[in-house]
Design a protein around this ligand. Structure first.
Ligand code: 3PG
Length: 392
């Protein structure tokens, strides 16, 4: 993969596909801007070196051919301008050109998913977009698992296609954690459903020394190990799959450490009364909403001895303080550990922010789905396209 930092960009028209798909509140205010900040190094490099810079991104999942008020990148143009300390013009209808960008100037091209053919990776659209630039830069790691016109097709037709600085950093950090991990390699996979993380769980079961499961995922594993889980969130239809994963791990001398104690309540709410009980005492109406203190201490020990940690998902409903203990303890163990930790996914980033440990994480990925698919060992179409391999 060619890298932006190795290219001379002075006087060139550079088209950067970034992932500026950030959470917004109902009024359109940006709630969290990590992805915008993460895209700055490539943009700054191009500006500082005299390129005429066009940046685009998707925001949400708009209907193609339409651009509703909630689809616009206008608030992102404002935030980008603040961060770069220079105005960022938003160009609305840009596919056919007809706008000017001067060297040292940056414009934001309106939500690329509003263009017909973007999602389907339409060839005509990709050619038109490629004609706008001398250099195409893909810096949108968070969208690397999508083969769309701005992430995939354009790379075939642009005069030069390269990886941006964020894309390069993501690939390097995730490769380090997966290909040459310092052992023990510990994965933490939390979240509501086994079904949404089944592929990653199976693929990790082949590689890691300990697989810590949390949330609804852990409940399904508890069911598989014969425990009663009362009214807890779980997927009984996936108990067999959970069993297979535990068997795979055991056969390799690896472990899935399951909770020995849990925090239960009869509802998920800020006011719910939480009880800490041994896992064998879960009653028929209890809902398991966090791991208990004994389990937290065990998990902290595992994390303390890890060489590499891959973290995706919390172990409890940490949004409510009475169910945050397990995730907090884990976060603190990660912060104190010497292991190289990579973390990714929306909930994980929220936990990192809540417990103020961002500075202690080796690498925080901007990818959600892309992070998981990379770890699964899948070919990400946007990265393959930069290598000249096209997935059609
Ligand atoms: C994400 O938020 O995971 C990326 O921006 C990709 O968004 P998508 O799932 O709508 O393709």
């Amino acid at each position: 993969v060619k890298k932006l930092a190795d290219l001379a960009v002075a006087g060139k028209r550079v088209f950067i596909r970034a992932d500026l798909n950030v959470p917004q509140d109902e009024a359109g205010n940006i709630v969290e801007d990590t992805r915008i900040r993460a895209s700055l190094p490539s943009i700054r490099y191009c500006l500082d070196n005299g390129a005429a810079v066009m940046v685009t991104s998707h925001l949400g999942r708009p209907t193609e051919g339409e651009c509703r008020a909630e689809d616009t990148l206008a608030p992102i143009a404002v935030r980008l301008g603040e961060l770069l300390s220079k105005p960022v013009r938003l160009i609305r209808d840009w596919v056919d050109g007809g706008f000017e960008v001067k060297p040292g100037e940056v414009v934001l091209l309106e939500n690329c998913r509003c263009n017909k053919g973007e999602k389907k990776d339409n060839e005509e659209l990709a050619k038109k977009m490629a004609a706008l630039c001398d250099i195409y830069v893909n810096d949108a790691f968070g969208t690397a698992h999508r083969a769309e016109a701005t992430t995939h097709g354009i790379a075939r037709f642009a005069p030069v296609a390269c990886a941006g600085m964020l894309m390069g950093a993501e690939i390097d950090a995730l490769t380090k954690a997966t290909e040459t991990p310092a052992r023990p390699l510990v994965a933490i996979v939390g979240g509501a459903k086994v079904s949404s993380k089944l592929t990653i769980l199976k693929s990790l079961a082949d590689k890691v020394d300990q697989l810590i499961v949390g949330g609804g995922i852990a409940n399904t594993f508890l069911l598989a190990s014969g425990k009663r889980i009362g009214d807890s969130l779980a997927e009984p239809e996936l108990v067999k799959e959970a069993q297979t994963i535990m068997d795979m791990m055991k056969a390799r001398g690896a472990e899935v450490p399951l909770p020995v104690d849990v925090v239960v309540a009869d509802e998920v709410s800020a006011l719910a009364r939480a009880n800490r009980i041994p896992v064998d005492e879960v009653g028929p109406h209890d809902r398991i909403l966090d791991v208990g203190p004994k389990t937290s201490a065990q998990l902290a020990q595992i994390i303390a001895h890890a060489g590499t940690i891959v973290w995706n998902g919390p172990v409890g409903v940490f949004e409510h303080n009475q169910f945050a203990g397990g995730t907090k303890m884990m976060a603190s163990a990660i912060a104190h550990s010497d292991a190289f930790c990579i973390a990714g996914g929306g909930d994980t980033l929220a936990a990192i922010a809540k417990f103020h440990i961002a500075q202690d994480i080796g690498y925080i990925s901007t990818g959600g789905g892309a992070f998981l698919e990379f770890l699964e060992g899948k070919t990400l179409p946007a990265i393959a396209a930069l290598e000249g391999r096209f997935t059609d």
